[in-house]
Design a protein around this ligand. Sequence first.
Ligand code: AMP
Ligand code: ZN
Length: 300
Amino acid sequence: MSTLVEKQQELINKAMFGECGSNGVYARTELFEQVINGLSRVITRHREPNTEVLRFPPVMSRSQLERSGYLQSFPHLLGAVSCLAGDEAQVRATVERPDWPTQLSPTELVLSPAACYPVYPLAAGRGPVPARGLLFDVASYCFRHEATHELGRFQSFQMREYVCIGAPAMVLDFRKRWITRGGDLAKQLGLDFTIANASDPFFGRAGRLAAMSQLEQALKFELLVPVRSAEEPTACMSFNYHLDHFTGAWQLSSENGTTVHTGCVAFGLDRLALALFAKHGVDPREWPTEVRRNFPFDEI
Ligand code: AMP
Ligand code: ZN
């Protein structure tokens, strides 16, 4: 079955998540969390050797995000951390005002919009990139101020990524391997999928040109799974080639002065969990034996 029947959608809405009073923000049930953990383990099983593991908090440095060019590309999706300033009397007076949010002051933090942003400045801080390149395994909760909140489009969601920093051919090869491996992973989970050339939701009129150029250069591919419907499948993984976008911003260079590029493969854990429920039902004990064999649900 490739689409969610209404009853299943209702079950997912009610049984998988608890409403948290905001669109696209949910409390995860034990079952949902178990499936997320199982998915994380399946992804770890596919990790390449010599990959450094880093787990980031859901916030990151505002100046780092600015330097990464995020404000030019995706200002509409950004969320920032603001706090109350002043002494005790001022803070007390402020919170009594109904319009207290207008008194918030920006901090040096923003909500991370993707798990890989903090890794490029971190790598740059360590000096030149070795000739063998660098591989990272990163994850964080991410925030995006999405305009719509259909099933699978969260404001707050969990992203896992593998990142490659190295010579252009090395990064392209990394992405090629991961497109194949991402498909294998989806097959092991018994998911129907297609892999398609894609573009990011760049902001505004200039953004439409950026998206066209991204498509033309085939910089982004997505693994799409029919979660809500077969007609509008949901992007559950993306395979990205950034060219010198991040290496330019962070002056990341190689030991011998040759060009360094970056790329990443991103897994939307919540969407993959939804895809599993949509395809196999909401009781993992009843999932097909083949899928259960590949899915470490009981080990959690
Ligand atoms: P992107 O950086 O847009 O390629 O996102 C990487 C992955 O994160 C996507 O393939 C999705 O699986 C997931 N993702 C992106 N946006 C959302 C969202 N609003 N809600 C849930 N998952 C998302
Ligand atoms: Zn990334």
